[in-house]
Ligand binder design. Structure first.
Ligand code: FER
Length: 245
């Protein structure tokens, strides 16, 4: 399925539980270099379906099977995609409430979207949220690479033959995470692995503490993408969702 956004096609997977006329929907956003078919995201989707909640997983600009190039992606493009995806979900005739879930850079994206769409978003679930991106862009370190934040390199090497346009950094430097946290007063859930090498779990715990109403779950000995205990993460999501539906 395709959702049009800002002149490009976004690849999307919509799943609606068959036994429901009307139900809530959870939009699920992958991380940096990720895509909507990753195992930790399908685990969240399966959990939602079990609870009678539809899901909409989308490949964001420059990722997966969507249009755009990885090199030219940035958080504004992802936010525009997110706003279009929320509009799409709101227009579906079966949808009651809208929930947002995202992993890492997708977790940061849904935190910012929840602030913008605070009248619509009934629950927010950032997983391993990469709030380190705006901070790193301002301080001059992303992906472990040091740079001068006032005199940007032309691009950031990512890995293999991939690189990232420096507009990614300019955009990230403008993002105010604390303001977004303050603006969203709804139910929030954050999970992260204690062995996450990309996002420090203490940062995620500090983010959770700043939200008005946030459940924080630490998954012992798990990695950034929940490679070892994805079922534990999914059970924690299930318990949180049961408490709000
Ligand atoms: C960074 C830290 C984390 C970064 C990106 C991420 C571009 C995103 C990780 C993810 O979405 O999995 O310094 O720089």
């Amino acid at each position: 399925m395709i959702i049009k956004s800002d002149g490009i096609d976004l690849n999307a997977i919509l799943v609606k539980p068959d036994n429901k006329d009307k139900c809530p929907i959870c939009i699920i956003v992958h991380g940096f270099t990720g895509n909507c078919e990753e195992a930790h995201l399908t685990a969240v989707a399966d959990t939602m379906h079990k609870l009678g909640i539809a899901t909409l997983r989308v490949d964001m600009y420059g990722h997966g099977k969507s249009g755009g190039s990885f090199e030219h992606h940035n958080l504004y493009k992802w936010l525009n995609n997110g706003l279009d995806i929320i509009d799409y979900a709101r227009d579906l005739d079966f949808v009651t409430d809208i929930y947002l879930c995202g992993h890492s850079q997708g977790g940061l994206t849904v935190m910012l979207l929840a602030a913008m769409e605070r009248d619509t978003v009934k629950a927010l679930l950032p997983l391993s949220p990469a709030t380190v991106i705006p901070e790193g862009a301002r301080k001059g370190n992303l992906l472990g690479i040091d740079f001068d934040p006032d005199d940007l390199p032309e691009f950031l090497p990512v890995w293999d033959d991939r690189k990232l346009d420096n507009n990614y950094i300019r955009v990230a430097q403008t993002i105010d995470v604390d303001k977004a946290i303050e603006a969203y007063k709804g139910k929030t859930f954050i999970a992260i692995g204690s062995a996450d090498a990309t996002v420090n779990y203490r940062d995620a715990e500090a983010v959770a503490a700043k939200y008005d109403d946030c459940k924080f779950v630490l998954i012992p000995d798990d990695t950034h993408c929940f490679d070892f205990h994805v079922d534990e993460m999914a059970s924690a999501v299930e318990e949180f969702m049961r408490s709000i539906i």
